[in-house]
Design a protein around this ligand. Structure first.
Ligand code: PLP
Length: 379
């Protein structure tokens, strides 16, 4: 049987046309985009054309887009840079941010003496906007870092509302948008967000390339120093093929977003309905409805009488790749910091599966996965 891949939130398969767009930049065009001769200029043009295209899809300015080697680097650069540039005393975030954010904040607490304030999240992973207002009222000169969509449970944050609260209290706002760039329409002229992060391999582009959006008027210092590429924001010879591929992938995503979303929602709803029908012991972690959650992620948990049944491992043996929300095998501890953060019931969380969908997935694959799960749980 062909293997089934339901781990698109970890990385989407690269689109064939993206690879085609990248190819000439591996072998055909030699040179370095920083060189002023024609070989260099061809590459520089490709980089700038890609920047313009990406900015256009976000309704940002090309000068606000800076290429990085992915989402982690972008998050690190923004958090470390904003803290040093704006003498930030407190970072306001949640327990369920990606480790690219949580571990960077831990570093900033330890090395720079910044205070970390974690907002509470409810059982579905939502923050309380009133708590954010109260915290910002007490902590002037704060940096807020709240992800747009959670990569384990799919819950969406209302970045429009958070942005307005940040504006009211004069706080800087960074949102990790790694799971939503390419999946969600953005209008950065009308969203009060100062910093965003994107990563191409989450929207059918290549791995190891991403970008940060830095709003005009809110500059930060670089994390990586050297040859002054990216207008001094990210030194190092540009990954030209990656940049071209990322722009092409984004263009593809946004050129048919409504159809893509419709297909993904059909898959997610079908998986939810099938799981509910065949497993009375199932629960869903996080929001699962349109408008409140991502079409691409469905996190399920199973009550198997307090026994950890290694569902991810067993599904892998049966040809299905998924990831968790996995349990710590040593007892009632929850392995996922996100499931712990939403205080998921450990009985369900210890057998959690994150199904994450891509446009290449089919309903037949869902049927096969359900059959595989039945065999694992009922045999
Ligand atoms: N932020 C979120 C929400 C993610 O899901 C990921 C990747 O899993 C990252 C950041 C890190 O991105 P990258 O893999 O490009 O470093």
């Amino acid at each position: 049987m062909d293997r089934i891949y339901f781990d698109n939130a970890a990385s989407t398969p690269m689109d064939e046309s993206v690879f085609e767009a990248m190819k000439p930049y591996f072998c055909e065009f030699s040179g370095n985009p920083s060189s002023t001769h024609s070989h260099g200029r061809i590459l520089k043009n490709a980089v700038e054309k890609s920047r313009k295209l990406i900015a256009g899809y976000l309704n940002a300015m090309p000068s606000e887009i800076f290429f990085t080697a992915g989402g982690t680097e972008a998050d690190n650069t923004i958090l470390c840079g904003a803290v040093s540039q704006y003498n930030i005393k407190a970072i306001v975030s949640t327990e369920i941010e990606h480790h690219a954010v949580t571990h960077t904040i831990e570093y900033l607490v330890k090395e720079k003496g910044v205070k970390s304030i974690l907002l509470s999240v409810d059982k579905k992973g939502n923050i309380n906007p009133e708590e954010l207002s109260a915290v910002l009222a007490e902590n002037p000169n704060a940096l807020v870092s709240i992800m747009h969509a959670n990569n384990e449970i799919g819950t969406l944050a209302d970045i429009q509302e958070i942005g307005e609260i940040c504006q009211e209290y004069n706080a800087l706002f960074h949102s990790d948008t790694v799971q939503t760039i390419g999946h969600f329409p953005f209008d950065l002229q009308n969203t009060n967000v100062h910093y965003l992060t994107g990563s191409a391999h989450k929207f059918y582009g290549p791995k190891g390339i991403g970008f940060m959006y830095i709003k005009q008027g809110y500059p930060i210092p670089a994390l990586i120093h050297g040859g002054s590429q990216e207008r001094n924001m990210r030194s190092g010879t540009e990954n030209v093929a990656g940049i071209v591929g990322m722009a092409h992938a984004l263009e593809k995503c946004y050129s048919n977003l409504p159809e893509k979303e419709e297909k993904l929602w059909a898959l997610k709803d079908y998986m939810k309905q099938q799981l509910t029908q065949h497993f009375p012991n199932v629960c869903f972690h996080g929001e699962t409805e349109k408008g409140k959650s991502l079409s691409t992620i469905l996190n399920s948990g199973f009550d198997l009488g307090g026994e950890e049944r290694m569902l991810l491992f067993n599904l892998d043996i049966k040809g299905v790749s998924v990831s968790g929300g996995s349990a710590c095998t040593s007892g009632s501890l929850i392995g996922s910091h996100v499931l712990a953060g939403i205080q998921a019931d450990p009985v369900y969380a210890m057998n959690a599966i994150r199904f994450s969908f891509g446009i290449q997935n089919t309903k037949e694959e869902i049927d096969k996965t359900i059959e595989a799960l039945k065999e694992i749980m009922y045999s």
